[in-house]
Design a binder for this molecule. Structure first.
Ligand SMILES: [Zn+2]
Ligand SMILES: [Zn+2]
Length: 342
């Protein structure tokens, strides 16, 4: 089988390695034939050597869909021939967060594609507790996006309350877009998404997010006032991962409100502590997801409540893995989700 190895930043090699075989499966394991891999912002940080905790050499890939080839003796939830994906979190099960059920923030968390090898290869083995069955009506491209949809499902459960509240999402990449869609599903009143790219904002509108603001062209404060009037907004999601984004949110959000931190900040931002203290703001973290978030993602995709089609902008074949990254670098403002087809 083939695998794509990121030897060091910006150096991907497609290698021929021995096949993973059904005969080597443990009782609880599943052998998947990988069909689709999505490339996301975190992968791009890793590719450039800017991810805070990725190891090298590394097989990337954590957003994926495949077909079950074989299952271990004790596996009951999937059968060969079924479509499936998996949660890429390797957790210890014994630390305090794990014991409390918050295994997404396990003290010993290893994420496949970052601190452990991921799925950028023809075959991959996962244990049954991390497999997620994909119903027939979800196609393989969409199935490979269950992971970012689960990120959005989880992040939108982090505010203390969101129903009936006005919401601002800063950053209209795939995650910001999906969070805005989920916020509407969870009963937010008006949802505004902001970005510096008209392409990403247009994509958001195609996904049903009505209110968009290009912060490079218009004053955020004035635009927010036009949309929310004196109501203001009470929940924000920081999905851009840049200092100006978190600072703008802290300045414009209603006092006493919630700001959820979702973006990966490659550079540590400076924030205004006086604003944080005197406005009694809640800065709330959000990391990845729990299994139930994957199941909710599958449910919402099955009932077509989340729109993915406008988000998938490009496809590359497996042999062109490195080209896909070069394309993303050169087309930052014209590409959203880039998919690798195996
Ligand atoms: Zn991702
Ligand atoms: Zn743990």
């Amino acid at each position: 089988m083939k695998q794509a190895l990121l030897i060091s930043p910006k150096k991907i090699e497609i290698q021929e390695v021995p096949d993973l075989k059904a005969t080597s499966l443990k009782d609880n394991e599943i052998l998947l034939n990988i069909k689709k891999i999505g490339i996301c912002g975190s992968d791009i940080h890793t590719y450039h050597g800017k991810h805070p905790s990725a190891i090298y050499p590394l097989i990337q890939g954590h957003e994926y869909a495949g077909i079950v080839v074989a299952v271990g003796k004790k596996v009951t939830s999937v059968k060969p021939g079924m479509k499936a994906t998996g949660r890429p979190q390797i957790v210890c099960g014994t630390c305090n967060p794990c014991k409390k059920g918050q295994y997404n923030i396990c003290h010993n968390l290893k994420v496949e594609g970052f601190q452990a090898n991921g799925v950028a290869r023809d075959y991959f083995i996962i244990p049954e507790d991390r497999v997620v069955v994909v119903p027939d009506k979800i196609n393989l491209d969409h199935a490979a996006m269950i992971e970012p949809v689960a990120v959005a499902a989880h992040a939108t459960k982090r505010p203390r309350d969101m129903a009936g509240k006005n919401v601002v999402v800063s950053g209209a990449g795939t995650i910001g877009n999906l969070i805005a869609q989920f916020a509407l599903l969870r009963g937010a009143k008006k949802v505004v998404i902001t970005d510096v790219s008209d392409f990403r904002l247009k994509t958001a509108q195609k996904c049903g997010i009505k209110y968009v603001i290009n912060v490079s062209k218009n004053s955020l404060e004035n635009q927010l006032h036009e949309i929310f009037g004196s109501e203001g907004y009470q929940v924000a999601f920081e999905c851009a991962g840049v200092e100006s984004s978190i600072r703008n949110l802290m300045t414009t959000i209603e006092k006493g409100s919630d700001i959820i931190i979702v973006g990966v900040h490659a550079k540590d931002p400076a924030i205004n502590m006086e604003e944080l203290g005197e406005h009694e703001l809640y800065l709330i973290g959000s990391l990845m997801y729990l299994h139930e978030d994957y199941l909710e993602a599958v449910h919402e995709l099955s009932s077509k409540k989340i729109k993915l089609e406008p988000l998938i902008t490009n496809h590359f074949s497996f042999k062109d893995y490195a080209l896909a990254y070069q394309f993303i670098d050169q087309n930052k403002d014209r590409s959203m989700k880039v998919m690798i087809d195996l």
